[in-house]
Each structure stands twice: as C-alpha cells, then as structure tokens.
Design a protein around this ligand. Structure first.
Ligand SMILES: NC(=O)c1ccc[n+]([C@@H]2O[C@H](COP(=O)([O-])OP(=O)(O)OC[C@H]3O[C@@H](n4cnc5c(N)ncnc54)[C@H](OP(=O)(O)O)[C@@H]3O)[C@@H](O)[C@H]2O)c1
Length: 277
C-alpha cells in the first residue's frame, strides 16, 4: 500500500486528502502546521526519516493573499522555502513530491484559459512566492508533480462561507464581476490529486472543477442554491481596491488532467454536506 505524507493537513485541501486517501487504499501520514513546519529544514528531514513515505503531497501554504503583501518574509518562507526543503530532501531520499500551486502565478491578461505551459507572470507577492516554490520543486527534484488549482473552498475560510455570513446580515451585496475563476471544491481537488498520483505521469497539471464564472455569478449561485434572498449587485473590482492585485482571468485550461465535475454541481454537493441545504 503506497504511503503518502500530507503536509498542511489542517487546511481545506489537506483535510480532504487526509479523509480520502485511506478510502483509496493509501496509507496516509497527515501532518498539520503544528506537527510539521515545512519552512524548517531540520524538521522536514526528521519527518521524512521517521515516516519514509513513497510520496509527499505539499498542501501547506501561506494563503492569505493580501497578508502576503506585507508579511513577505513569512510568505517566502512558507510558499517558497517550504517546497524547496521538501524538494531537496525528497530528491536526496528518493520520495516523489506533489506540490500544490495556484492560478495566481499568471497575470490574468490572457483572452483564453491558461495552459500549463503558458508563461507565468505573477502580479502579487503571493503569486511570486508560489511561483518560486514551483521553480524550486522543478529544479531540485526529478520525480515531481506540480498541481495548480483555483478558487478553492472546503472546510475553512473561503468565499462561500463569507458570502453566506454576509448574506445573513444584509439585503444587498456588491460583488466584483470582472474577475473570472473556476470555483473548486477541495474534496473534488483531492480526488483529482489522487488521480494524478495514480496516473504516475510526472509534470505540471491544472486541476479545477470544470466551467468558469465571475465572483458575482458565483455569489448569485451560492445564494440561489442556499435559498437566501439577497440582491447581488455586479461591480468592477476597482471599486473595492485590495492590497494584492488579482488576475482578471484566473481560469485554467485543465486539458490532460483528471476531469472534475462542473463547479455548480460541486457547489450544490458542498452546500448539502455543510448542511446549508
Ligand atoms: N484557497 C484557494 O483559493 C487556493 C487557490 C489556488 C491554489 N491554492 C493552493 O492550494 C493549496 C491548498 O490551499 P488551501 O485552500 O487548502 O489553503 P489553507 O486552507 O490555507 O491550508 C493551508 C494549510 O497550510 C498550513 N500552513 C501554513 N504555514 C505552514 C507551514 N509553515 N508549515 C506547514 N503548514 C503550514 C496552514 O496552517 P494554519 O491555517 O494554521 O496557518 C493551513 O492548514 C495551497 O498550496 C494554496 O496555495 C489555494
């Protein structure tokens, strides 16, 4: 039975991986931030020596996109040096490495969904540190997978939960309609990642639920499915400037990756599992 070590196992994706892997006949060692700080080279070495997994899945990251603009040292340590530590030690010890990355490595100016080999050009500190992490993985290991995803929601802080909270407090909400993504349910992403591992073909993947929408459409769908009556007004993102810039086109082309169901179907399933509907 292949043994998989998951870092960042307290996060949205990490929780789903830890729950799914045993069902798919993998032995799982799930380590949260408290159990393993990926930025600590010595701690990573000890964890790999102790567990000697066949593959490491790095689901750990500093994902506060706006926070990364000011906490750049922390962002670089977690998002770049973390994967560097894992990559160097996985290569030394002969473990495969699957590293999870983001659509925010792109600038969002493309007129079409981004292919895995389109040139990255991050426009935020988060995107730059995540790209640096990808590059360490590609440079320091031979047996790597890099899986980029987008708009993840699951058991954690995310857009769906924020909308449901605000929708309960207000009658009218303004949501940006000039930024596009493929919302992705963390449980589906975990399924896709297991598919990538089982496929055994190393390389770069784009993995999201299928279809795409603006954040405004996403919000409308959340309220419609949840039966919450709230007026969702489309506004340009420029009306709500945030510390970090976001790509206007955050949609990834998933050709060649395991196919995940449409984002609307996934959202409905999530809301049912969360007992919202
Ligand atoms: N969320 C999104 O919309 C999105 C979109 C595209 C790609 N991604 C990528 O997908 C992956 C999973 O994201 P997610 O949504 O599951 O994020 P998440 O819920 O924020 O989970 C990340 C986990 O990493 C942990 N962590 C932070 N610093 C760490 C460190 N130094 N060592 C070990 N663990 C550490 C966090 O712990 P604490 O919470 O205790 O800090 C958290 O449990 C990440 O690589 C992220 O960059 C996310």
């Amino acid at each position: 039975m292949p043994k998989i070590l998951v870092t960042g196992s307290g996060g949205q994706l990490g929780l789903e991986l830890a729950a799914l892997l045993p069902w798919r006949s993998h032995e799982v060692v799930a380590l949260s931030r408290e159990e393993l700080d990926v930025a600590d080279f010595g701690a990573v070495r000890l964890a790999l020596e102790e567990h000697s997994p066949d593959i490491v899945v790095n689901a750990a990251a500093y994902t506060n996109v706006d926070g990364c603009e000011t906490e750049t040292d922390l962002a670089y340590r977690v998002n770049a040096l973390g994967p560097r530590n894992l990559a160097q030690l996985c290569e030394e010890r002969g473990h495969d490495l699957l590293h999870v990355s983001t659509n925010y490595v792109f600038d969002g100016k493309s007129e079409r969904p981004y292919e895995p080999f389109d040139a990255p050009n991050p426009i935020s500190a988060y995107g730059r540190t995540k790209l640096a992490g990808e590059e360490y993985v590609r440079q320091l290991t031979n047996d790597w997978y890099v899986v980029r995803s987008a708009g993840i929601y699951g058991r954690g802080h995310n857009f769906v939960r924020t909308m449901l909270r605000l929708g309960a407090e207000r009658d009218v909400l303004e949501v940006k309609d000039d930024e596009f993504i493929s919302p992705t349910y963390a449980a589906d992403l975990a399924e896709g990642i297991v598919g990538v591992i089982e496929g055994g073909h190393y390389g770069l993947y784009h993995l999201t639920n299928s279809g795409s929408c603006s954040w405004h459409e996403f919000a409308k769908e959340i309220f419609e499915l949840a039966g919450v009556e709230v007026e969702v007004v489309p506004v340009p993102g420029s009306e709500y400037p945030l510390p970090a810039a976001r790509p206007a086109n955050g949609v990834l082309s998933t050709l060649g990756s395991p196919e995940l169901r449409n984002w609307r179907e996934a959202l409905e399933d999530y809301l049912m599992r969360e007992k919202v509907i």
